[in-house]
Design a protein around this ligand. Structure first.
Ligand SMILES: *[C@@H]1O[C@H](CO)[C@@H](O)[C@H](O)[C@H]1NC(C)=O
Ligand SMILES: *[C@@H]1O[C@H](CO)[C@@H](O)[C@H](O)[C@H]1NC(C)=O
Ligand SMILES: *[C@@H]1O[C@H](CO)[C@@H](O)[C@H](O)[C@H]1NC(C)=O
Ligand SMILES: *[C@@H]1O[C@H](CO)[C@@H](O)[C@H](O)[C@H]1NC(C)=O
Ligand SMILES: *[C@@H]1O[C@H](CO)[C@@H](O)[C@H](O)[C@H]1NC(C)=O
Ligand SMILES: *[C@@H]1O[C@H](CO)[C@@H](O)[C@H](O)[C@H]1NC(C)=O
Ligand SMILES: *[C@@H]1O[C@H](CO)[C@@H](O)[C@H](O)[C@H]1NC(C)=O
Ligand SMILES: *[C@@H]1O[C@H](CO)[C@@H](O)[C@H](O)[C@H]1NC(C)=O
Length: 435
């Protein structure tokens, strides 16, 4: 049974108009397959470089169109249960900005929008009724240099603590040994206070509180609304070798990491190091020499010999004892980029962008992870069955070159169980029903 959601946001969500002939272009290039119980539809093509998406309090969708700027979309398609009619009836570029490329967040009152470039997080004053975005200003600086290796900076305002904003930065390079010094401000996520940075722009290097580090490139952040727990998804390294043997086809695992509560600064998670660059988690132990005798099972941490020497700090045992373990693992090189929870906490949805470093290619889908009443994933950390595929490319043999590559997720505030996702490679917005 579904109903329109009361969002708790300051302004009222406008009802959806009936879809009409005025729907904007949604010409399907790639066939998609939905698992039983789900349906999916392309709702907008020609959304160049589609990355971050968030709903504003009036029910318009704001998107980062990388290389273009902030785009505001008006949706139609009734408020009922039929995905067939969902479409976009209007689009406005509300802030032309060639440099913003991924990160996007909106204050719960809808009056401030945040977006990130490689170097800077910017804020705009935003009017949810007209869509006007004005008074662009930098609020966090020193996030990196142009053309560095991992160029996105994810922004996340946790619903439990809306006066805070999480800002993530990845490593520069596949192996970035400099990330073992937190002062370098890479491969981590920091917490900033929105009130404080509004008053005075903050340097990412010298301010903010580290929530987690040793995170190679944890692009996706989410919060379980029933527990307040913070979770992230991390992209593991490419071209991994172990004892000189190429193990990259099945290793390392992509990770789901647990970060606890934002107000529990004494928890083992708060400020923890998750292992990068010395330690990763195993996905296919059978490819790793001597895995059994070293207790390297699925999900177990093991030493990365391309960054550590295997003795003392940087041994397998040190990785397992001294670095915070992943709570769940996924198949290698799927490049998870976002995680968003159902409001009842029973599942999280994860986008798998896919990468180039695996043959045959894998990822390019949206998946579900089931959570129990204790707020933890139902599957154990050693499981290789935690990912439940929801929507994927019908034929992924043309990936990553030509296919749908899911990036960011946003729950529809109009209809429960409806979630939108972007695909940057194909320049599209899709919707999933039944989520
Ligand atoms: C609609 O989008 C497709 C896919 O991007 C494009 O090939 C086509 O030219 C577009 N059609 C119109 C009328 O803009
Ligand atoms: C959904 O709407 C389409 C178009 O109006 C219609 O053809 C289809 O039968 C509807 N499906 C359901 C399950 O109501
Ligand atoms: C980075 O690129 C932006 C936009 O092109 C430019 O304004 C800025 O000066 C560049 N910064 C550096 C350090 O090259
Ligand atoms: C954020 O900063 C403001 C102003 O200093 C302060 O009142 C508020 O308590 C801070 N919020 C948190 C969660 O620390
Ligand atoms: C964190 O906040 C929640 C309410 O949001 C509260 O129930 C809990 O006791 C707090 N925990 C700590 C450690 O302060
Ligand atoms: C990282 O450190 C390891 C161990 O000192 C070294 O072998 C490796 O060359 C370094 N990698 C890079 C990219 O600097
Ligand atoms: C291995 O690396 C650790 C940590 O950097 C260091 O303490 C140790 O001396 C190194 N051992 C050898 C044999 O190089
Ligand atoms: C998938 O796409 C490839 C490349 O276009 C094609 O050769 C193959 O026949 C397709 N497979 C199916 C099942 O359609």
């Amino acid at each position: 049974m579904r109903s329109n959601i009361v969002t708790g946001l300051a302004a009222a969500v406008l009802p959806l108009a009936n879809a009409t002939a005025a729907c904007l272009n949604a010409t399907q290039k790639y066939a998609m397959t939905a698992a039983a119980g789900y349906s999916t539809k392309l709702v907008l093509s020609d959304l160049v470089g589609a990355r971050g998406i968030v709903f504003d309090p009036t029910g318009h969708l704001i998107a980062v169109s990388s290389g273009v700027g902030l785009v505001r979309l008006t949706l139609a398609g009734g408020s009922s249960t039929n995905i067939t009619d969902v479409c976009v009836t209007d689009r406005q570029t509300i802030a032309a900005d060639h440099n913003i490329n991924h990160g996007l967040a909106i204050a719960p009152d809808g009056k401030t929008v945040y977006a990130s470039s490689i170097q800077t997080v910017f804020a705009w004053d935003y009017d949810p009724t007209t869509g006007a975005a004005t008074n662009k200003r930098p609020i966090i600086t020193d996030l990196g240099i142009n053309g560095s290796y991992h160029n996105t900076r994810t922004l996340f305002i946790p619903p439990s603590h809306p006066d805070l904003i999480l800002v993530q930065r990845g490593s520069v390079g596949n192996i970035d040994n400099g990330t073992t010094d937190p002062a370098n401000g890479r491969a981590m996520v920091k917490i900033f206070n929105r009130t404080e940075i509004a008053a005075k722009p903050a340097s990412y290097l010298s301010t903010g509180t580290i929530l987690g580090w040793g995170l190679r490139n944890s692009v996706g952040w989410g919060q379980d609304p029933t527990t307040g727990y913070i979770w992230s998804v991390e992209n593991g390294m490419d071209n991994m070798e172990r004892d000189g043997v190429d193990v990259h086809q099945g290793n390392p695992a992509e990770e789901l990491n647990f970060h606890g509560l934002l107000n529990d600064t004494k928890s083992p998670e708060f400020g923890a190091n998750y292992g990068y660059p010395e330690c990763f988690s195993a996905w296919e132990p059978s490819l790793i020499p001597h895995a059994a005798e070293k207790n390297i099972v699925v999900g177990a941490a093991f030493m990365n010999e391309m960054s550590a020497n295997g003795t003392g700090e940087g041994s397998d045992t040190w990785c397992q004892k001294q670095r915070h373990a992943a709570r769940l693992v996924f198949s290698s090189h799927m490049a998870p980029l976002d995680i968003k929870f159902r409001k009842d906490g029973s599942a999280a949805f994860v986008t798998m962008h896919g990468s180039w470093d695996k043959q045959p290619a894998e990822g390019y889908r949206v998946s579900r992870i089931d959570f129990g009443k204790d707020g933890m994933p139902k599957e154990p950390a050693s499981s290789n069955k935690a990912e439940i595929i929801v929507v994927s490319n019908t034929n992924s043999t043309t990936c990553p070159g030509s296919c749908v590559r899911p990036v960011h997720l946003a729950w529809d505030p109009h209809v429960e169980g409806r979630i939108f996702f972007t695909s940057d490679a194909s320049g599209e917005l899709h919707v999933i029903d039944g989520a």
